[in-house]
Write a protein of this length. Structure first.
Length: 96
């Protein structure tokens, strides 16, 4: 039983580190939401912070950070294409 607890310590430390990072980024988002005036800069900051949070969530809780690079790229490239497609359709469609 004691051996199991010592093996989980690095995992617990890493999860706590990710928790504090996500908490800090979320607190920063709240600070920006209540202090900055609305505009393109505010939206760009929120998008950037959301991408950072998504990186940590997918990397740690879905264990993607520990996979081989080809699997990561096979997931990442289609997602980038879909995001680009949505942005292009919104821009060209005049929905902004």
């Amino acid at each position: 039983m004691a051996n199991t607890a010592s093996n989980s310590t690095p995992q617990v430390k890493r999860l706590l580190q990710v928790f504090w990072i996500l908490l800090g980024v979320t607190a920063l988002e709240f600070l920006i939401a209540f202090t900055m005036n609305p505009g393109a800069l505010k939206i760009a900051i929120f998008i950037g912070l959301t991408i950072i949070k998504a990186f940590y969530i997918v990397g740690e809780f879905m264990h993607l950070r520990h996979e081989v690079k080809s699997l990561i790229w096979s997931i990442l490239l289609p997602m980038i294409f879909v995001v680009w497609l949505i942005v292009a359709l919104i821009a060209e469609g005049g929905a902004h």
